[in-house]
Ligand binder design. Sequence first.
Ligand code: CIZ
Ligand code: SF4
Length: 300
Amino acid sequence: MDLKKEIRALAQKKNAVILAHNYQNSEIQDIADITGDSLELSQKAAATDAEIIVFCGVHFMAESASILSPEKKVLLPDPNAGCPMAEMAEVTDLIKMKASHPRAKVVTYINSSPAIKAHSDVICTSSNARKIVERIDADEIIFLPDRNLCNYISRFTAKKMICWEGFCPTHERFTKEDLLAVKAKHPDAFVMLHPECNPEVIDMADAVYSTGEMVRFAVATKEKKIIVGTEVGMIHKLKGVAPHVDFISASDSFICPNMKKINLEKLYTSLVQEQTIITVPDEICNKAYGALKKMLELSF
Ligand code: CIZ
Ligand code: SF4
């Protein structure tokens, strides 16, 4: 059986749109209808008339797609593909933190559960986080769950940033020594890192970009060689949009094990069985939608 052909045929027959996050395996990116970052994928899928969304990504991404398209059936091909960073924020802890900072507004990174989003004033992505923090009407901000993105934004704002202690294990383990080693091998390369990296390596970067910003930079740049400090799936995406540039992964360990759980077999089975369906309870969905809408209002 030609799995790729079967997947495409099934998607068409069932009126399904296949989404692949920039961190997915190359074969998944290649078969998808749309590739991109989590918000971009959810928004583009919501704008289609597909009845089914198959989200090749992690749990919170499929949940965000469901929040933006509550009428569509959202499938996650591997129900165990979670995001450890999103799991580092518990609602009870957030309620406590809000109580100890009553004047603060809560800005929550999209890498979070729907319940956490529902308890937030506004959502942000790594592309618009600085803008959202500046534009929200508060001088004190509780930012969660990523302490590295929070610390990065703190460099540019006069507002008081209260950073949650979460992090992405995949980005966090990339060290100064790793960066020095890859720079020594490629001294002429431009270095772009994701803001989920720790401050020590951020200090050494030529640029700090979200995955969407990396794509835009790669298309327009005159750089010939770029060291990419984020999940390795991004290299495939970047080569696709800018084949003239030599992209080098900053480290062999830049692999998110959860993102890599999805393969062609699981995608095929997911379409056949229409599993695993991801839903968000109505009340949480409505509140989380409000926080996402606030982000869209503030990001223009
Ligand atoms: O929001 C996303 O898709 C993630 C995880 C990262 C990014 O920079 O786009
Ligand atoms: Fe979560 Fe990090 Fe994997 Fe993204 S790369 S899904 S933040 S663990």
